[in-house]
Write a protein that binds this ligand. Structure first.
Ligand code: T6T
Length: 328
């Protein structure tokens, strides 16, 4: 006799048989699976991106894996990528931590049948699917326009210092698409300020403490230092901390890229003049949307741009502006 209990067991066995092949190996899940590999996990920018990605995954019925390393560094990111490839998601969304060093490891993903889309940063020249270059195989690039963002920062800093004086870029390290492009845009904007001298870029390895110490060292050599552009979250926090430690708030002007929560106080106190918020939530959301489209056999744009919100002391209390402060 088939009792209620044995029926339950039979149903459970049937579900088990559907989920596992005769070898006991897991079969592909019904749900599309998307993996998001950030530049590093403990950065408010990527934490916010994760939220947007999760929102899209929930809406579209996709499974989202979020796996990353503790540092923005290809040596740390490549093993994470290899572990994710072994999990065989349908699509990998990744913020590659170096333009060149991630090309070959990402090629391995494609060879393993996993589709690749890059978010925030790109590999190679960032022009995908054009048949040119070793790294044209990702299907799409979803990000801010970083040259434009750097240009906006340059214009803001040039104006803040009255079009004259010495400035420098506090940057992470060469070879990262986003921060390289921000510096490029910043320097292009400075061409409109002939009386501004752009000093040598200081590279801080994504370490805010190092960036702060560099402000003090540059100031020691250039007591007439007028401004610093912090080209990402850690560079900007370090630049602000360095200026504060010198007691030069409002005298050495700071323009920040990225907007973690503490930016609010720094804008209000005049430590930072302007902060350029990216829209990482949208990058994550659009990333998963594009991934699911690809899984459904649709073609996606090879380049999808997201916007900016420029924050200053005058608008920082607006709810629309507050909404663009990154999550922690
Ligand atoms: O500025 C973002 C990101 O766009 C960049 O690629 C790396 O740094 C951040 O994550 C901020 O820390």
């Amino acid at each position: 006799m088939v009792t209620r209990r044995t029926l339950g067991v039979l149903v459970a066995l049937a579900i088990g048989a559907a989920a596992f092949g005769s070898t006991g190996q897991a079969l592909a899940q019904d749900k599309p699976t998307v993996a998001l590999i950030p530049g590093l996990t403990t950065d408010a920018f990527y934490i916010t991106m994760h939220k947007g990605a999760q929102a899209a995954a929930d809406e579209l019925g996709a499974e989202l894996i979020f796996q990353g390393g503790p540092e923005f560094n290809p040596t740390v990111q490549v093993p994470v990528l290899q572990a994710v490839i072994a999990r065989q998601p349908d699509v990998i969304l990744i913020a590659p931590t170096d333009k060149q060093q991630l090309i070959a490891p990402l090629r391995q993903a494609v060879d393993a049948g996993v589709k690749v889309i890059t978010v925030d940063t790109f590999i190679d020249d960032g022009m995908y699917q054009d048949g040119a270059g070793e790294g044209d195989f990702p299907l799409s690039y979803i990000a801010s326009d970083n040259v434009l963002g750097g240009r906006m920062a340059g214009e803001a800093l040039g104006k803040a210092i009255g079009g004259t004086g010495k400035v420098y870029v506090s940057n992470v390290k060469p070879g990262i698409s986003t921060t390289d492009q921000r510096e490029e845009g910043f320097k292009a904007a400075m061409a409109d300020f002939p009386d501004v001298e752009v000093l040598e870029t200081q590279f801080n390895d994504n370490d805010a403490n190092k960036a702060a110490a560099q402000v003090q060292a540059v100031f020691a050599r250039n007591p007439d230092l007028a401004g610093v552009f912090g080209a990402n979250l850690f560079s900007a926090i370090g630049a602000a901390d360095g200026v504060k430690a010198l007691g030069k708030t409002g005298e050495i002007r700071v323009v920040a890229f990225d907007t973690p929560a503490r930016i609010v106080d720094d804008l209000k106190s005049g430590l930072i003049d302007i902060a350029i918020a990216q829209h990482p939530y949208d990058i994550g959301y659009e990333g998963v949307k594009a991934a699911v489209a690809v899984i459904n056999g649709e073609t996606v744009e090879t380049s999808i741009g997201t916007g900016f919100t420029v924050m200053d002391a005058g608008n920082i209390d607006d709810p629309d502006v507050q909404a663009r402060i990154y999550s922690e």
